[in-house]
Design a protein around this ligand. Structure first.
Ligand code: RI2
Length: 312
C-alpha cells in the first residue's frame, strides 16, 4: 500500500516533481489516491502515515505542508464519510492550485508595463503565469532569466517562455547586477512567505532583490495564498533545505576534501518586496498576517500532523 506513496515521495525529494505549487498539488493527488484505496479498518492511520511520508521530503516550501494539512482536516462520523470528505478536500486543494495561478496571472499582468524587460529567477509557475498573461494581452516584453544554479531551472523557464514566442535571454546568476540597469521589473515566485512578510525562495533571490532595490527596480513576488506559512505565526522558523554537494561539483573535488554547501533557498526581507501578487489580490508584504488568518486560519495549526522526521 505505501510503496506508491514512498515512490511518489522520492520523486519530490529528487526533484523529479518540483516547484512549490507542483509539489503541493502532487501531494494532494497522492493523498486522494490513499483516501480512495485505504482499507476501512485503518483509514485514519493510513492517511496519517502517508502524510508523514510526503512531509518528509522537502522541508522549505510550506505549500507542501498546507496541502497535506488541508486534506488531513477531513471530517466525518463514519469511515466512509471521512473517506468522501478526504477525497473532496484533495480535489478542492487541486483546484485551488489551478485557479490561483490563473488569477495571479490576470492580476499581476497589470503591473507589467508595455515595452518592458522583466527579470525572473528559477522556474516559478506563478511568476510565469504573470509574464505569459502580459504577453497574451499584447504587451511587448522581453525576459531575462537566470540560469539558477545548481539545478538550472532557468533553462525550463527559458524554454517555456520561448515556446509561446516570448524573447528570452538567459544569464548566469552572477550577472544579475550587471543587467539590472536594463530591467523594468523583477518577478519571482515563492516557496514560503512568513507571517511578517519575509520571502523564502530559490537561492539567489535575495541578491536579486538587493540589486533591484539599489537600482530602484520594482520587485514583485507571485505567490498563491497556500505559500503563506501559518506555522511562522506561532514562532516556527523556516527550515532552509541543504541539498547534496554532488549537485554543485564533480566528485573528484569532493574526494580531495573540498567542502561544499548547497542551500536551496534564501531569505529576502520584506523591505525589498514591493508587492506580493496572490489570487486574492496584490498586497504589500505587511499583509501576510491577514492572509494567514483569513485564508489558512488557525485550524491549520491545530490539524494533526505527525512528525515525519524518522520515516525515510
Ligand atoms: P511555483 C521552486 O523551488 C523555486 O524556488 C520557485 O521560485 C518556487 O519553487 C515556486 O514555484 P524548487 O522546487 O510554485 O525548484 O511558483 O526548489 O511553481
Amino acid at each position: 500500500m505505501f510503496q506508491f506513496v514512498i515512490d511518489a515521495a522520492k520523486k519530490i525529494k529528487n526533484m523529479e516533481i518540483r516547484g512549490a505549487a507542483r509539489i503541493a498539488k502532487f501531494a494532494a493527488e497522492i493523498l486522494k489516491n490513499v483516501a480512495e484505496t485505504a482499507p476501512s479498518e485503518s483509514f485514519d492511520s493510513y492517511m496519517k502515515k502517508a502524510a508523514s511520508i510526503i512531509l518528509n521530503t522537502r522541508p522549505t516550501a510550506v505549500s507542501l505542508y498546507n496541502a497535506v494539512n488541508y486534506v488531513l482536516n477531513y471530517r466525518g462520523e463514519t469511515v466512509e464519510e471521512r473517506r468522501i470528505s478526504a477525497i473532496s478536500k484533495a480535489k478542492e486543494f487541486i483546484s485551488w492550485v489551478e485557479n490561483a495561478q490563473k488569477i495571479i496571472g490576470e492580476i499581476g499582468e497589470k503591473r507589467i508595463k508595455d515595452n518592458s524587460i522583466v527579470m525572473t529567477h528559477c522556474n516559478s509557475s506563478a511568476a510565469i503565469s504573470i509574464i505569459k498573461r502580459a504577453y497574451e494581452v499584447g504587451k511587448k516584453i522581453e525576459v531575462i532569466a537566470t540560469e539558477s544554479r545548481p539545478r538550472l531551472q532557468g533553462h525550463i523557464t527559458a524554454k517555456q517562455l520561448r515556446e509561446i514566442g516570448i524573447d528570452v535571454t538567459l544569464i548566469v546568476d552572477s550577472a544579475v547586477r550587471f543587467f539590472m540597469k536594463e530591467v523594468d521589473c523583477v518577478v519571482v515566485g515563492a516557496d514560503t512567505i512568513t507571517a511578517n512578510g519575509t520571502l523564502i525562495n530559490k537561492i539567489g533571490t535575495s541578491q536579486i532583490a538587493l540589486a533591484a532595490k539599489e537600482a530602484r527596480v520594482p520587485f514583485i513576488v507571485a505567490a498563491e495564498t497556500y505559500k503563506f506559512s501559518p506555522k511562522t505565526l506561532f514562532g516556527e522558523l523556516v527550515v532552509i533545505e541543504e541539498r547534496s554537494a554532488e549537485e554543485v561539483v564533480p566528485e573528484e573535488l569532493l574526494k580531495i576534501g573540498v567542502k561544499v554547501r548547497n542551500p536551496a533557498f534564501d531569505v529576502t526581507p520584506r523591505d525589498y518586496i514591493d508587492l506580493i501578487v496572490t489570487e486574492v489580490g496584490a498586497i504589500p508584504p505587511e499583509m501576510a498576517y491577514v492572509i494567514i488568518r483569513e485564508r489558512l486560519g488557525y485550524s491549520s495549526i491545530e490539524g494533526e500532523i505527525v512528525d515525519a522526521k524518522d520515516l525515510d
